[in-house]
Design a protein around this ligand. Structure first.
Ligand SMILES: [Zn+2]
Length: 130
């Protein structure tokens, strides 16, 4: 099955919504999406059980959770571009779908996040992570 979504949208600056052909749709926070970044820097590099680098903790600097752009990579993945310049995360469609399946926000959770959110997007949801 091709797991690429049929649509991806931003219902709010801090939310990402995706829909698939099989009818599944979910809304997650950009922060969660950033925290699931699959790049080697964020997850650490391990080849054949040999650890080459450890996962780097997220540095709280301006723009870390500002999702600036998403670009399709071939027919298998999507790349994310973040406000602090981080751009090495390439999410395969399998990974992308799994993130949405595991982190779908309810209307109540979205309302809660919105309440916490201030005008400063960088501070959004540091304390409200699903
Ligand atoms: Zn990363």
């Amino acid at each position: 099955m091709n797991k690429s979504p049929i649509s991806i949208s931003r219902p709010k600056p801090f939310l990402l919504k995706a829909e698939w052909e099989d009818g599944f749709s979910a809304t997650i926070s950009c922060e969660k999406f950033r925290r699931e970044c699959p790049c080697a820097e964020c997850t650490g590099e391990k080849i054949n059980e040999v650890i080459y680098s450890l996962p780097k903790p997220i540095k709280f600097e301006p723009g870390i959770f500002d999702l600036l752009d998403l670009k399709i990579v071939g027919n298998y993945a999507i790349a994310a571009f973040w406000g602090n310049g981080h751009n090495t995360g390439i999410y395969t469609w399998d990974k992308f779908r799994t993130i949405f399946e595991n982190n779908n926000l309810s209307e109540e959770e979205i309302a809660k996040i919105e309440k916490v959110a201030t005008n400063d997007k960088r501070n959004i949801m540091l304390n409200v992570i699903k």
